[in-house]
Design a protein around this ligand. Structure first.
Ligand code: HEM
Ligand code: HEM
Length: 191
């Protein structure tokens, strides 16, 4: 039989599913887009990175899958920008410095999640390899073969990839800070 004291402790303990219900969350559209884009980016980034280490026979397949996932990210991000403008995000939490850091990192993630696919897409066209999406749908090429600008676009794509990785590390660092050290409800806002 529980004492009153134990009952109070139990009623105050919040299980994760209860926390998800209680916390003010991002709208469903934002949460769904966040996780679809996260999964795609977490697959696209390593696929791009490992192309250089693959054998010739398989590297074209790596390019095709990498480019096709990345191109999908572009359209989902355009949808996400529209969603951001229309759907109401939950009120920011925490001290001013944290709110500023969170909105700066989130804003830069948006920017680089658009710069990455645009620079990659333009680079492949300028190198003379127009995209055939998942090997099925030929995508209109806005650029003819142009080797001089192709390398600039590839450099932008390569540098942006490392900036994106840094932003992702900051993002995950912040998630861990909130969830493991501060033990607040931030994670549940996006679940
Ligand atoms: C979210 C989207 C994307 C991410 C995160 C991403 C990430 C990467 C990464 C990490 C690399 C290796 C860079 C290095 O080794 O320095 C790479 C290379 C490459 N990516 Fe992407 N990429 C994306 C979208 C695209 C798209 C849409 C295309 C083309 C349609 C593309 C085409 C390429 C190509 C051709 C390379 C080989 C190196 C080069 O010429 O730049 N990427 N990508
Ligand atoms: C893999 C595990 C991930 C976890 C646990 C996670 C967690 C979170 C959390 C808790 C928030 C809400 C922050 C707040 O309310 O202030 C958030 C938002 C956000 N996350 Fe992630 N995230 C992950 C992956 C990613 C990836 C891979 C990206 C992009 C490369 C990303 C981009 C964003 C952006 C842009 C927001 C702002 C929400 C918006 O305005 O759309 N996240 N994430």
């Amino acid at each position: 039989m529980s004492t009153n004291g134990e009952m109070n402790v139990l009623s105050r303990a919040i299980c994760p599913s209860e926390a998800v219900i209680r916390v003010e969350r991002y709208p469903a559209t934002s949460r769904i887009l966040h996780w679809i884009v996260a999964v795609l980016v977490l697959a696209t980034w390593p696929l791009g990175f490992f192309i250089q280490f693959t054998k010739k026979e398989v590297s074209l397949d790596f390019y095709m899958v990498h480019e096709s996932f990345g191109f999908l990210v572009l359209w989902l991000m355009l949808l996400r920008v529209g969603n951001k403008l229309m759907a109401k995000a939950p009120d920011p939490q925490g001290p001013a410095i944290e709110r500023f850091a969170a909105s700066a990192v989130h804003g830069l993630l948006y920017v680089f999640l658009i710069v990455m696919p645009v620079s990659g897409f333009l680079a492949t066209n300028a190198h003379g390899f127009p995209l055939v999406w998942f090997g099925l749908v030929p995508v209109w090429s806005p650029l003819d073969k142009a080797p001089d600008i192709a390398w600039t676009l590839s450099a932008i794509h390569g540098w942006s990839a490392w900036i994106l990785l840094l932003l992702f590390a900051l993002h995950i660092g912040a998630v861990l800070l909130h969830h493991v050290i501060k033990r607040d409800n931030t994670l549940y806002r996006i679940l």
